[in-house]
Design a protein around this ligand. Structure first.
Ligand code: ATP
Ligand code: MG
Length: 460
């Protein structure tokens, strides 16, 4: 890859303005880190990184509204029209206390020192678009050209300082599609203890970035080869070399990776669900005669394991519920003979808001089996039937009924009680069977006629 020539016209005005203002106040300031890397790759970027000789207090003097996102480490965030600009004072870390936090941060006036404490050579380039000066003390530009991910300095030491770096190595291997330099790869194998001591939130962050790569599998493979996969994802490691059956070309682990790659990169929930969708298989595997394996109920076991894994990685409740739900539902079956009522019940049990994601997961799962049987047409058909039902705005939940709990209580002279909910559920069942029933008049009549004496017996 030839790097796109760095050109100050590619730096938005608000970022240039920050560099200029720092310079006019007598400080040095450079575009650094991920921002330079992405500019060199010709990739559009969201966040900007600026390194400066100004102390955080001096930056705050110029930008009183800057947000202290990592003040202890000298990072302030200046929001701009062109995205956030993270301004970090040149620094070196020393006296590491544990693998997570530098014990002391010394602000140095030396740009090169700052670059040398960074993780990978491709992240250790600085560029001043105002003068055109490029500072690359670790050979990052050459590595970038050759697609090599190389730790800055002595890899083993760098990983010992911060156990997140090995995970970042896997993340960058995936997002940049780079190969690890040999000594860097070797050092990864000795970083197990440090990787285990990193804060879960930081791991989660890197994992999510990895999942946005074209092929997250590259990152997981780096972790597996380094013996690090099981540190944070033991349920994925347990899938390695677990054989399947005639529906699959791969073992459970490689099937999982192929599924994850095939899931839409813009949908993190689906990518996560793909990652976890079959983790229940190792525990539920049973061999039948002839060596064929079954994985009865693996989606239910897998959902529980997913919840546990996402808890370990401190994912938020909503995303965890979402992903767990997709894992639990991923084995749905469909047959042409299904009545429209059956399709409505399917939509209801999956939830309208999860249908598109579940289909995406199932398509990826199908690609991931490696048998190249082509697009599953039954899915196409089910999707068309679902769309037609959604378009017709037929009732799919109690909310959609033409009557509500108050109606039920009034007509039957009932106090608020679980019974009211039961009746509404029963009405919904009937409406799912026959959407024509969903008018106020007919449902009121149905309540009067069917539920006054005994709901159980008169229900269908
Ligand atoms: P992204 O494009 O995902 O933002 P990035 O390279 O900008 O990637 P950040 O986490 O934003 O990654 O960090 C910005 C820069 O800070 C990196 O490019 C790197 O130079 C440095 N850096 C970040 N984390 C570490 C770390 N754990 N150890 C050493 N240097 C780091
Ligand atoms: Mg960044």
């Amino acid at each position: 890859m030839t790097p796109v020539r760095l050109d100050s016209s590619r730096v938005p005005a608000p970022i240039l303005e920050i560099l200029r203002r720092l310079g006019e106040a007598g400080h040095r300031a450079y575009v650094v880190g991920g921002a330079v890397r992405e500019l060199l790759r010709g990739v559009p970027l969201q966040d900007w990184d600026v390194g400066t000789s100004a102390t955080p207090d001096q930056v705050l003097g110029l930008y009183p509204d800057a947000i202290a996102t990592g003040a202890r480490f000298g990072t302030l965030t200046i929001p701009t029209q062109a995205g956030n600009c993270e301004v970090t004072t040149f620094r070196v870390e020393s006296e590491y206390q544990d693998a997570r936090h530098p014990g002391k941060v010394t602000f140095v006036r030396e740009l090169e020192e700052d670059l040398k404490r960074r993780d990978f050579t491709v992240n250790a380039i600085a560029w001043d678009p105002l003068t055109g000066r490029l500072v690359d003390p670790t050979g990052g530009l050459a590595d970038l050209d050759q697609g090599i991910l190389r730790a800055v300095g002595e890899p083993r030491e760098r990983f010992r300082e911060d156990g997140l770096r090995p995970i970042r190595a896997a993340r960058f291997a995936a997002t940049l599609e780079f190969e690890l330099e040999d000594r860097t790869a070797q050092a990864l194998r000795e970083a197990r203890a440090e990787v285990g001591r990193v804060a879960a939130e930081r791991v989660q962050d890197e994992l999510m970035k990895m999942l946005r790569a074209r092929q997250p599998s590259r990152g997981f493979e780096v972790l597996r080869h380094a013996g690090l996969l099981g540190v944070w994802l033991p349920e994925l490691e347990a899938c390695v070399a677990v054989p399947q059956n005639r529906y699959h070309a791969y073992d459970v682990y490689f099937h999982t990776l192929h599924t994850c790659d095939a899931a839409p990169s813009a949908k993190p929930a689906v990518r996560l669900a793909a990652l976890f969708h079959d983790v229940g298989k190792p525990r539920t595997r049973e061999e039948r005669e002839g060596g064929e394996a079954t994985f009865y109920n693996h989606q239910v076991v897998g959902a529980t394991m997913t919840e546990e894994a996402m808890g370990r990685l401190r994912f938020g409740r909503d995303l965890t519920e979402n992903v767990t739900h997709l894992v639990r539902q991923h084995m749905f079956d469909y047959r042409r003979e299904w009545t429209d009522a059956a399709v409505r019940r399917f939509i209801r049990s999956v939830g309208v808001e999860h249908i598109a994601d579940l289909f995406d997961l199932r398509i990826a799962d199908n690609i991931g089996n490696g048998l190249k049987t082509g697009f599953p047409h039954y899915l196409e058909e089910l999707r068309a039937r679902v769309d037609a039902i959604l378009e017709a705005q037929e009732a799919l939940s109690i909310r959609d009924l033409a009557v509500d709990g108050k109606d039920v209580m009034r007509v039957l002279d009932l106090p608020p009680s679980p019974k009211v909910g039961e009746i509404l559920n029963q009405l919904l069942e009937e409406v799912l069977e026959n959407p024509q029933l969903n008018t106020r008049e007919r449902l009121l009549e149905r309540i009067r006629a069917g539920f006054s004496v005994d709901t159980r017996e008169s229900g269908t």
